[in-house]
Design a binder for this molecule. Structure first.
Ligand code: NAD
Length: 480
């Protein structure tokens, strides 16, 4: 149903803003409340639907999306800007997640445990929670909704989904494919609109029993506070400032490929982007020489054009943020090695293009070392010893992911144990996640249960413990 809010949501191609991808009428506060009412009415029926059947609907959704992968990938590139191979990669990742979670409908298992008492059975069951609000950012308009919606739905919750307003067309496709897959009416509800207008309703309304949020720290902390006050379950995945470490013995070409992908892939607009580069001083100059040469050779442009290495920033606001951080780093004394400018004129005239940018000499006191830019801007610092490197890696309020490039297994293991991060990559880029393993961060990067894997599924369930006594006799054990 069309929204009845006052605002239109217009999705434009960030590579060429003359290309209007889609226009929707945004939801009003009343639309958001109606969506919650629809979810609440649909919940009992969905909860009573057997888990394997719920899983089969998800599997049909995945099959439909798989058959339209190319079309969806092209739409994602037009709407969000990432290059087509990245959009197709994101589609595959989301599909893996939905396929994995669809099987979990058959594995919503508890445990059985021996009791202290004879003829007593102890076991647990997992049950859905109720109405779930799923609130997502614009940078992964398919994979993030998939990794939240699939576990929420397969566990038996009814969902109200609020995507970021920059990516409404992808969200509309998700709704369309759920309907086509046979999702019963009211179980999945899409509301599009400004977070400032309908966000609070989707967190504060008493019908909402669980909230899964991914986005900025500012909004995440607000969501977390409201949920804390209400006493409802919440997970907030937020920003990152992820370091890649290149040790003196590293395979420099491998490290180079990983750093380029981590820092400039998706135009740096990833929570898992490599945004700090920590170099052992013995290889720093050599590595930076290779990195700068490769960054300068990047082909920047429309993500649909074959051979493009990096697309545009998602909108004017993000482009301005990128340029502001570049200016502030220069003022604070960091050394600009390459990039740093907006690309204008010709093929860039109607888009939000910025060069891949590398700074050297960045210190922990500088904003560029501490704050998330969410753009293709890399901050480099150098170290001599392991302890110095670890201090640099941990001297940041974020703790999402990190990478270390070294041939020394002992050093890598020492690092994985001591670094303050939710995920560690050894000899691979900071980016990525797989359905089977938990995804998420520590410190300012995340609060609440991890996503993906069993943890991501369990978040959307309540655990009930059953004490089944089949003695038929009064208990006189002192432990009860
Ligand atoms: P954002 O916080 O501005 O918006 C995220 C979502 O929250 C959007 O749907 C927005 O409309 C909604 N929202 C806004 N105000 C709200 C309110 N008062 N109540 C409820 N919802 C509200 O973030 P963004 O700009 O869309 O995304 C970029 C951020 O997301 C970056 O900080 C990035 O690091 C983070 N991110 C984190 C992960 C992760 O897994 N850790 C993954 C991707 C992105």
């Amino acid at each position: 149903m069309e929204g009845r809010g006052s605002r239109e949501i217009v999705s434009v191609n960030p590579a060429d803003t003359r290309d209007v991808v889609a226009t929707f009428q945004g939801a009003s506060a009343e639309d958001a409340r109606n969506a919650l009412a629809a979810a609440q009415s649909a919940f009992p029926g969905w909860r009573a639907t057997p888990g394997p059947e719920r899983g089969r609907i998800l599997a049909r959704f995945a099959a439909i999306a798989r058959s339209r992968k190319e079309e969806l990938g092209r739409l994602m590139t037009r709407e969000q800007g990432k290059i087509l191979p990245e959009a197709l990669g994101e589609l595959e990742k989301g599909l893996n997640l939905v396929e994995w979670f669809s099987g979990e409908g058959m594995r919503l298992m508890g445990i059985t445990a021996p009791s202290e008492l004879p003829n007593n059975l102890l076991y647990t069951i997992r049950q859905p929670i109720g109405v779930a609000s799923v609130i997502t950012p614009w940078n992964f308009p398919w994979a993030i909704p998939c990794w939240k919606l699939a576990p929420a739905l397969v566990a038996g919750n009814a969902v109200v989904f609020k995507p970021a307003s920059l990516v409404p067309a992808m969200a509309a496709k998700i709704a369309e494919m759920f309907a086509e897959a046979g999702m019963p009416p009211g179980v999945f509800n899409l509301v599009m609109g400004a977070g400032s207008e309908i966000g609070d309703i989707l967190v504060e309304d008493e019908r909402v029993k669980v909230v899964s949020f991914t986005g900025s720290n500012e909004i995440g902390q607000r969501v977390h506070t409201i949920c804390g006050r209400r006493g409802v379950k919440v997970t907030c995945e937020m920003g990152g400032k992820n370091p890649a470490i290149v040790w003196e013995d590293a395979d420099l070409d491998l490290a180079l490929a990983g750093v380029l992908k981590g820092a400039f892939g998706s135009t740096g607009q990833r929570c898992t982007a490599t945004s700090r580069l920590l170099l052992h001083e013995d290889i720093a100059d050599k590595f930076l020489g290779k990195l700068v040469a490769a960054a300068k050779a990047f082909k920047i442009g429309d993500g649909l054009a074959p051979g493009t290495d990096m697309g545009p920033a998602v909108d004017e606001g993000q482009l301005k943020t990128d340029l502001e951080y570049i200016e502030s780093a220069k003022k604070e004394g960091a050394k600009l090695l390459c990039g740093g400018r907006r690309l204008e004129g010709g093929a860039y005239a109607h888009g939000y293009f910025v060069e891949p940018t590398v700074f050297d000499g960045v210190t922990p006191k500088m904003r560029l070392f501490q704050e998330e830019v969410f753009g293709p801007v890399l901050a480099t610092a150098r170290f001599k010893t392991f302890d110095e490197m670890l201090r640099l890696a941990n001297d940041c309020r974020f703790g999402l992911t990190c990478a270390i490039y070294t041939q020394d297994l002992t050093l890598a293991l020492k690092f994985t144990e001591s670094v303050e991060a939710g995920m560690v990559h050894v000899n691979s880029p900071t980016i990525g996640g797989e359905a089977q393993v938990p995804f998420g961060g520590v410190k300012g990067s995340g609060v609440g249960e991890r996503e993906m894997s069993k943890e991501g599924l369990h978040f959307f369930t309540e655990l009930k413990t059953v004490f089944l006594d089949y003695t038929g006799k009064r208990r006189d054990s002192s432990i009860y």
